[in-house]
Ligand binder design. Structure first.
Ligand code: SAM
Length: 218
């Protein structure tokens, strides 16, 4: 690793402040706030930028991609209503920050990334930090049928529509959370599989994500 993983009083204090900020912005799930309070976001930044790690901002992670801002990570996590042991498919591993939050919530995570360099880096760094997930390289817009069905599916990139193939990989009672829109803005969409062929869709707030690229995407 290029720098040491140290968590000193500055980072601990900044993390606590971030949790308070997210609470003030409307995140109310105590388990999600606790998870955000545990994941050391500065470990996903070069040491030069540690002072920025606990700002509620997205940040470049290389390959033209970003680490999502903490509010967005908390917002999507809250919508998933993670129960301990839930089998979760995450589409868009990126640097793995959201993956760690899901793991802290007790999920069993299957995460897929299409950028090979990010996949390589994240699948090495997370186990080093003590986070065990199942990492895949490929086009997550098609899901991962081999390990379906999932209790929850989270998409961390903006899609032009809800890929039907992902709905088929949800358990009955399962929840999909996906940002849907154009390249400028997306609405957060939650789809709950209420029956074998029945889905309830809820359209929520506006966000701006990098695009979901692939077969069932842009
Ligand atoms: N979840 C990350 C975090 O914790 O900060 C941020 C993810 S970033 C906003 C979105 C990621 O989705 C990028 O790394 C991008 O390469 C990836 N991506 C885009 N299209 C994809 C696809 N079809 N399959 C898998 N990953 C994809």
């Amino acid at each position: 690793m290029a720098y040491k993983y140290v968590d000193n009083y500055r980072e601990k204090g900044a993390r606590k402040k971030l949790v308070q900020e997210l609470k003030a912005k409307g995140i109310s799930d105590a388990k999600v706030l606790e998870a955000i309070g545990k994941v050391k976001r500065h470990y996903f930044f070069d040491e030069t930028f540690w002072a920025q790690a606990y700002l509620d901002k997205a940040f470049p992670i290389g390959e033209g991609q970003t680490i999502s801002n903490p509010y967005t990570v908390a917002y999507q996590s809250e919508l998933l209503h993670i129960q301990r042991g839930d089998k979760v498919l995450e589409i868009g591993t990126g640097c793995g920050y959201q993956t760690c939050v899901l793991l802290e919530l007790g999920a069993q995570v299957f995460t897929i990334e299409r950028q090979e360099k990010l996949y390589q880096r994240t699948s090495q760094v997370l186990p080093h930090l003590g986070y065990k997930a199942n990492f895949f390289l490929g086009d997550g817009s098609k899901g991962i049928a081999e390990y379906a069905p999932y209790d929850k599916i989270i998409v961390t990139a903006g899609a032009p529509m809800v890929p039907q193939i992902l709905l088929k990989q949800l358990k009955v009672g399962g929840i999909l959370v996906i940002p849907v829109g154009d390249e400028k803005a997306q609405k957060m969409v939650t789809v709950i599989r209420v029956g074998e062929n029945d889905f309830d869709k809820i359209v929520l707030d506006t966000f701006r994500f990098v695009p979901l690229l692939g077969d069932q995407a842009w």
